[in-house]
Write a protein that binds this ligand. Structure first.
Ligand code: 5GP
Ligand code: ZN
Length: 143
C-alpha cells in the first residue's frame, strides 16, 4: 500500500483522520463528503495514492469502476431523487482540489441548483464535420 504523507485522503485511509465510511475493501474506500453538495454525497477513492485518472494504475480501474457502479446504485436506491451524478475532476484546471483520485457520487433531481452545466447558447451551432474529424484524429494520435 503506498500513501502520501501530506495527503488528506491518505490520512483517512490510514485512520489518522476520521471519516464516515460507506464501503471499504483491500483496494478502495468510499466515505461521506464532509461538505456535501446534497444529502448522500459520497467519495470513492483508491486506497493507494494516485493523483487522478492521468496516473491511476489501469489494472486497478476495473475494480474501482465496478464499485463506482455499485455505489451509484445504492445511492440511487437510498435517496431516489431521479438521478445520480458521477464526477471526477482531473487536475486543478478541471476543478480538482484534493490531488488523490476520487469519484464524487451525488444524488441529483431535475430541479437541483447544482450539477454539470454547459454554457448558455452552446447548441446554437453544430460543429462542422471536418473539424470534429480532425479533433477526433488528434485524440487518437495521443494514445
Ligand atoms: P474536488 O474539488 O477535489 O473534486 O473535491 C474534493 C472533495 O473533498 C470536496 O467535495 C470536499 O468537500 C471533500 N473534502 C475535503 N476535505 C475533506 C475531508 O477532510 N473529509 C472528507 N470526507 N471530505 C473532504
Ligand atoms: Zn493520497
Amino acid at each position: 500500500m503506498s500513501q502520501s504523507s501530506d495527503c488528506i485522503f491518505c490520512k483517512i485511509v490510514k485512520g489518522e483522520i476520521p471519516a464516515s465510511v460507506v464501503f471499504e475493501d483491500e483496494h478502495v474506500m468510499a466515505f461521506m463528503d464532509i461538505f456535501p453538495i446534497a444529502e448522500g454525497h459520497i467519495l470513492l477513492i483508491p486506497k493507494d495514492h494516485y493523483t487522478n485518472m492521468l496516473d491511476i494504475d489501469l489494472e486497478l480501474l476495473p475494480h474501482l469502476a465496478r464499485r463506482l457502479a455499485l455505489l451509484t446504485r445504492q445511492v440511487d436506491k437510498a435517496f431516489n431523487v431521479g438521478g445520480v451524478m458521477n464526477i471526477a475532476a482531473n487536475g486543478a484546471g478541471a476543478g480538482q482540489e484534493i490531488p488523490h483520485l476520487h469519484f464524487h457520487v451525488i444524488p441529483r433531481g431535475r430541479d437541483a441548483n447544482y450539477g454539470f452545466r454547459f454554457p448558455p447558447g452552446y447548441r446554437e451551432e453544430m460543429a462542422p464535420r471536418e473539424k470534429l474529424e480532425s479533433i477526433a484524429k488528434k485524440i487518437q494520435e495521443a494514445a
